[in-house]
Design a binder for this molecule. Structure first.
Ligand code: DAT
Ligand code: MG
Length: 139
């Protein structure tokens, strides 16, 4: 059985707050292996592909604007059940109620913005992971 891969992003709020090392540290301490990593400025075209499932929702445009507001760090992490495992490390979408001990629960809160700012993205299924890794790192 080949081990699973997921796409993780440290979003602009995480980079601005100098939490890149903290996020990578949590991934590595859990035992997952970082196998690709880059800092980049995402453009609109890339983000519209990445967040295609959210097109048409009220937070879509704020989400794209926020994700373009500064550099992000794209990471591929590997390990058995890493997709589920990283979502568990990240915590639920809304940082106000994300459990303490999770990245979002410990490090983020409601900022009163149109889009939730919650430090990290993690793929939510094997199909999403394959699609998103290709968007950020190519084939
Ligand atoms: P997740 O990042 O937990 O997979 P998602 O894919 O549903 O969540 O949404 C993508 C991002 O968009 C999410 O991290 C924060 C923002 N977001 C989601 N739902 C929102 C809402 N109802 N209002 C404002 N921002 C939202
Ligand atoms: Mg999602």
């Amino acid at each position: 059985m080949s081990t699973e891969k997921t796409l993780i992003l440290v979003k602009p709020d995480g980079v601005r707050r100098q939490l890149v090392g903290e996020v990578i540290s949590r991934i590595e301490k859990k035992g997952y292996v970082v196998t690709a990593l880059k800092m980049m400025q995402a453009d609109r075209a890339l983000l519209e592909r990445h967040y295609a499932e959210h097109q048409g929702k009220p937070f879509f445009e704020p989400l794209v604007e926020f994700m373009m507001s500064g550099p992000i760090v794209a990471i591929v992490a590997e390990g058995n059940r890493v997709i589920e495992g990283f979502r568990s490390l990240a915590g639920v979408t809304d940082p106000t109620v994300a459990a303490p001990g999770t990245i979002r629960g410990d490090l983020a809160r409601d900022q009163g913005t149109k889009v939730v700012q919650n430090i990290v993205h993690g793929s939510d299924s094997p199909e999403s992971a394959a699609r998103e890794i290709e968007i950020f790192f190519g084939k």
